[in-house]
Design a protein around this ligand. Structure first.
Ligand code: NOJ
Length: 844
C-alpha cells in the first residue's frame, strides 16, 4: 500500500477526487488531498491491520470532529470509505497513481465556447463601451455589480446569511465571486451570469493567491528574506499562470502590511518590518501577478492589502484597535502601497482596523482623499470580508444601512461577502449617497472586466487544458525550490553545519527528530493546493541527498502542540546512537496567518521538553525551524550548535532544507523581521527612534536611561542578519564627497571580501540616519542593498549612490521633503553590524 493512490467519489452535490500518499518508516504515514475542494486535512492517526488502513483526520473549520478513512488494498486497487462530518459516508474505489485531473472532463464542453482572440481595446474604446452599458443599467443593476459573493456557504468570517450564489448571480445581484478555486465551479457560475443575468455581464473570480496556486512557494515573510525581488516576481508570475488557468482573474494579494509585532499571525503574509524592502517586494509582486498587461489571460489582478496600518494592531491581536500617528502611517505603513500603486496595481483592499477612531472602510480621509485623491488611485477598491457591516460593529455606524452609506461615500466599490449595499438604492433615494457615487463604482468594476477581456470572452480564463499543463509542473517546482533555498536564514552556526555525511564525510549517523522531521506541513497558511500531499518532507529531502536510510535515524518525539506517548524515549534512543541530531521544531501552518495571533511566541511546551531531553545527551544539535513568525528561542537558542530558520518553504521545502544543511547550497537569506530576545521587548525592530535617554557604550550601567532592568534592549537576531558557510569582511568605507546640495549625489563605497573557503552570496546593506530633523528620525533606515556572489578570497567594491530621494521623509511641517543637516551612511552585513561615514546635505 506504500505509494500514491487516488479515488473518485460521487456525492449528491459534486464529484470529488481524493489522493492518498502512504509512506512508511517507523510506522505508516498517510497524507490526503482532495479536488476540487482542497480540504486541508490534518491526519491524526493511522493504523494498519493486514491490508486495511484506517486513518482519522481533522480539518481546521470543524474543531473536535474527525474525518475517518478506511481503505482495504488488493493489488493495484483499493476499496473503502470516508466519513466526513456534515457530508456523510462516501464509498471509495480507487487505484495506484495520481489519476487524471477532474477538470479534464470539462475540456470538450468549454473549448467550443471560448474565443480564439479578443479585440485589443484602447482605454477610450473601453470607456465608450462602459458608458453605453451603464446607460442601459438601472440603479439596482449597477448596485448588483458591487457585490462579491462567496462561491460556497463556507465562511472565512462570521456567518453570512444570504441567498445562494446561484440565485444572486442569475438575478444580477453579484459582480464577483470569492474563492471558487475550482474551474468547474467558475464555469458553472460564469455561464449563469452570461446566460441568465440582466445584460449578461460576466463575473470576476477572486481568490487569495498569496504564495502560489498549486505549486506552493515560500511564505511571503520567507521569500522577503531572499532580498531578491526578481525571484519573487517570477514566483508571482507562476502563481498567476496556475491560478488563471482555473478561472481566477483577481487576486486578494499581495499583502503589503508592515509587520513589527510577531504576536500578530499575519506577519507571515508580509515582507517584514521595513518600509523600503516592503516597497520593493510590493512592486515585485504586483509586476509578477499582473505581468505586462491584464489582457493577458495568464495574469491576474493584484490587490494591495490591507489599506492601511493593519499591522499596527495593538498587542498583536488580529482585528484589534490601531492608534498610530500620521508620522508612522506615512513613513512606515504607506510606502509599500505607494510602490504597489506606482507599479500599476489595479485594486486595493481596506484593512479591518480603525484609524483616528474611524473604521478604514468608512474613512473618507483615508480612502477618498489619501488613496484616490493624493495617490491618484482610480482602480477597484474592495472591502475586506464583512468590513462594511463591521463599521457598525466597531460602533461607528448605527446599523448596516448607515454603514453602507459611509463605505459608498468613502468610494468603496465592492462589498465582500456581506450585503449592506442592498440599502444603496434607498440611500440614493433619500439623498444620503449620490447616484453618481454608485455609478462611479460600477464604472470602475466594468472597466476592469473589459481590461481583463471578460466582456469579450467570459470563458477565456476557464482553461482546464492549461491546468493539466501548468499545475505543479516540473518547471514551477524548480522555481519554487530555488526560491526556497534563497529564503532560509542561517541564524547561528558554530561550525557544525554543513553536515558531512555519506562516503566522504566524517558523520556516520544522523538522528532526525521532531514534529517537522517528516511532516508535510511545510506550506504555511493561505494555500489551497491540491498537491499538498506531495510536499517534500525533510526526511525525504535528506534521503534524496543519498544518505542511506540506515544512517538516517528518525523519531517524531512529540506532536506540534502535544506530547506523544513514549515519544521522548523513542527520540532519545535514536539520538543516543547518532553523531549529530537534527531537531526539526516549529509551528504548524494554522499557528500563523489570519486570526492566529499568539500570546507566547516561543516553541510549544512539548517541543521544548523534547529539545531539553535531546540536548542533555551532549551531542551536536542542529535546530531546523519551521514557523510563520519570529520566535523567542530562549535557552534552546543559546544551546543549539546551529540554527536554520526555514519558515514555510513550500512544495519543495524538504529538498531545499537538505541542500542547505549539506552545504550543496550555501545559505544566503537575511532576516526581514527581528527575532526578539524576550517577548517583553515586542515590538522590537531596527528602525526605531533614539529616545532622549539612549543607551550608549559609556552609560550602560546607569539607571535613568531607556532600558529594561532585567534584560537587553537588543533583539536576539536583528533585521538584516543571516550567516553563510563562508565569512565576509567589510573594509574601507568611503564617500566621494562630504557634502551635497540640491539633486547632487554622493557615492559611498565599501570593499567586501570573501574571507572563507567556499563561494557564497552576501547581501550588502546600506542604511542612512538623518541625525536631526523637524521630527525625530529612526536610528537607521534601509535605503539600498546589493546581492553579490564572491569566490573564496575574492573582493568586490560595492558602490551606493545617495541623493535627495534617499533622504526624503514625511513631516507635519514640511510634507514630503528632505531637511538640510547631518546624515550618517552605514554599510554592512546586517542592521547591527555596519561601518559608517558621515555626510551633509545642505539643502535644495
Ligand atoms: C479576510 C482577509 O483579511 C483578507 O486578507 C482576505 O483576502 C479575505 N478574508 C478573503 O479571503
Amino acid at each position: 500500500m506504500i505509494g500514491l493512490w487516488h479515488a473518485i467519489a460521487n456525492t449528491p452535490k459534486m464529484r470529488l477526487k481524493f489522493q492518498f500518499k502512504i509512506a512508511r518508516k517507523t510506522g505508516y504515514t498517510l497524507d490526503i488531498a482532495s479536488e476540487p475542494l482542497a480540504i486541508p486535512f490534518k491526519v491524526d492517526s493511522v493504523a494498519v491491520e493486514g491490508n486495511t488502513l484506517r486513518g482519522t483526520a481533522g480539518a481546521f473549520w470543524m474543531p473536535g470532529q474527525s474525518i475517518v478513512v478506511k481503505l482495504t488494498f488488493d493489488g493495484d486497487g483499493f476499496e473503502g470509505e470516508m466519513t466526513i462530518p456534515g457530508m456523510g459516508r462516501l464509498p471509495l474505489q480507487g487505484s495506484k497513481g495520481r489519476g487524471p485531473f477532474l477538470s479534464e472532463e470539462l475540456i470538450d464542453t468549454v473549448l467550443p465556447l471560448r474565443k480564439n482572440e479578443i479585440p485589443a481595446r484602447s482605454d477610450e474604446e473601453i470607456d465608450r463601451e462602459v458608458e453605453a452599458l451603464l446607460g442601459r443599467m438601472t440603479l439596482e443593476e449597477k448596485v448588483g455589480q458591487l457585490f462579491q459573493v462567496p462561491a460556497s456557504n463556507f465562511s472565512f468570517g462570521g456567518a453570512v446569511e444570504t441567498d445562494p450564489p446561484e440565485k444572486l448571480v442569475a438575478e444580477g445581484r453579484a459582480g464577483s465571486v470569492l474563492g471558487a478555486f475550482d474551474v468547474a465551479r467558475v464555469f458553472e457560475l460564469q455561464k449563469l451570469a452570461v446566460e441568465k443575468s440582466p445584460h449578461g455581464i460576466p463575473l470576476l473570480f477572486n481568490a487569495d493567491i498569496i504564495h502560489g496556486a498549486q505549486t506552493i512557494f515560500p511564505v511571503p515573510l520567507a521569500w522577503s528574506c531572499s532580498w531578491e525581488p526578481e525571484a519573487v516576481k517570477e514566483a508571482c508570475a507562476i502563481a498567476a499562470k496556475e491560478a488563471s488557468a482555473s478561472g481566477t482573474v483577481y487576486n486578494h494579494g499581495p499583502m503589503v502590511d508592515i509587520g513589527r509585532d510577531p504576536r500578530w499571525g499575519r506577519v507571515v503574509e508580509g515582507a517584514g518590518e521595513d518600509p523600503y524592502l516592503g516597497a520593493l517586494m510590493a512592486k515585485a509582486q504586483v509586476e509578477g501577478f499582473q505581468g505586462a498587461t491584464l489582457a493577458d489571460p495568464e495574469t491576474i489582478v493584484a490587490c494591495l492589502k490591507h489599506f492601511i496600518a493593519y499591522g499596527a494592531a495593538e498587542g498583536g491581536r488580529d482585528y484589534n484597535t490601531v492608534d498610530i500617528s500620521e508620522m508612522a502611517l506615512r513613513n512606515v505603513f504607506l510606502p509599500p502601497f505607494q510602490a504597489g500603486l506606482e507599479a500599476g496595481a489595479a485594486s486595493v483592499m481596506n484593512s479591518f482596523n480603525i484609524y483616528q477612531g474611524v473604521p478604514v472602510a468608512a474613512s473618507e480621509p483615508l480612502l477618498k482623499e489619501l488613496l484616490r485623491g493624493e495617490l491618484g488611485f482610480d482602480g477597484v477598491l474592495i472591502s475586506d470580508y464583512g468590513a462594511v457591516e463591521e463599521i457598525a460593529v466597531h460602533g461607528h455606524a448605527r446599523d448596516a444601512r448607515e454603514a453602507a452609506g459611509m463605505a459608498a461615500r468613502a468610494t468603496m466599490d465592492i462589498e465582500m461577502a456581506t450585503r449592506s449595499y442592498e440599502f444603496l438604492p434607498e440611500l440614493v433615494e433619500a439623498g444620503v449617497v449620490p447616484e453618481a457615487t454608485v455609478t462611479d463604482s460600477a464604472r470602475r468594476i466594468l472597466r476592469l472586466k473589459y481590461k481583463l477581456g471578460l466582456m469579450d470572452d467570459p470563458y477565456r480564463y476557464v482553461r482546464p487544458e492549461k491546468e493539466r499543463d501548468y499545475h505543479f509542473n516540473e518547471e514551477h517546482l524548480q522555481a519554487s525550490l530555488e526560491l526556497a533555498r534563497k529564503s532560509a536564514v542561517l541564524l547561528h552556526n558554530d561550525g557544525t553545519l554543513p553536515i558531512r555525511s555519506g562516503k566522504a564525510g566524517r558523520l556516520e549517523r544522523i538522528a532526525l527528530i521532531g514534529p517537522f522531521a517528516d511532516s508535510r506541513d511545510l506550506l504555511g497558511p493561505w494555500q489551497f493546493s491540491r498537491f499538498s500531499h506531495e510536499t517534500v518532507t525533510l526526511y525525504e529531502g535528506l534521503l534524496g541527498k543519498g544518505i542511506p536510510p540506515e544512517r538516517l535515524l528518525y523519531a517524531q518525539g512529540c506532536g506540534v502542540e502535544e506530547p506523544l506517548p513514549g515519544g521522548i524515549e523513542a527520540a532519545l534512543e535514536q539520538a543516543a546512537t547518532a553523531d549529530l541530531v537534527v531537531l526539526a521544531l516549529g509551528e504548524s501552518s494554522d499557528m500563523s496567518g489570519e486570526a492566529a495571533s499568539r500570546l507566547s511566541i516561543g516553541l510549544p511546551e512539548p517541543q521544548l521538553r523534547l529539545a531539553e531531553a535531546v540536548l542533555a545527551l551532549g551531542k551536536p544539535v542542529v535546530l531546523v525551524l519551521t514557523n510563520g513568525r519570529p520566535l523567542v528561542l530562549g535557552e534552546l537558542g543559546e544551546r543549539a550548535n546551529a540554527i536554520l530558520e526555514t519558515w514555510f518553504l513550500g512544495s519543495q521545502a524538504g529538498n531545499a532544507i537538505a541542500d542547505l544543511l549539506t552545504g550543496d547550497y550555501n545559505p544566503s537569506g537575511k532576516l526581514t523581521m527581528s527575532f526578539p530576545a524576550h517577548a517583553g521587548q515586542v515590538p522590537v525592530y531596527y528602525n526605531g527612534f533614539r529616545t532622549g535617554r539612549p543607551v550608549t557604550d559609556s552609560n550602560a550601567n546607569s539607571k535613568f536611561i531607556s532600558k529594561y532592568i532585567d534584560g537587553p534592549n537588543e533583539p536576539k537576531y536583528p533585521f538584516g542578519h543571516g550567516l553563510s558557510y563562508t565569512t565576509f569582511t567589510y573594509s574601507g568605507v568611503r564617500a566621494d564627497r562630504a557634502s551635497i546640495a540640491g539633486d547632487d549625489k554622493l557615492t559611498v563605497t565599501v570593499t567586501v571580501t570573501n574571507a572563507g573557503s567556499v563561494a557564497g552570496v552576501e547581501t550588502v546593506q546600506l542604511y542612512i540616519q538623518d541625525v536631526h530633523g523637524s521630527i525625530v528620525r529612526p536610528v537607521k533606515e534601509l535605503k539600498g542593498f546589493r546581492k553579490l556572489r564572491l569566490e573564496p578570497g575574492e573582493s568586490k567594491v560595492v558602490a551606493f549612490a545617495i541623493g535627495v530621494s534617499e533622504l526624503r521623509f514625511w513631516s507635519p511641517a514640511n510634507g514630503y521633503a528632505a531637511e538640510p543637516g547631518a546624515f550618517v551612511a552605514y554599510v554592512g552585513t546586517s542592521s547591527a553590524d555596519t561601518l559608517s561615514i558621515g555626510f551633509e546635505w545642505t539643502g535644495a
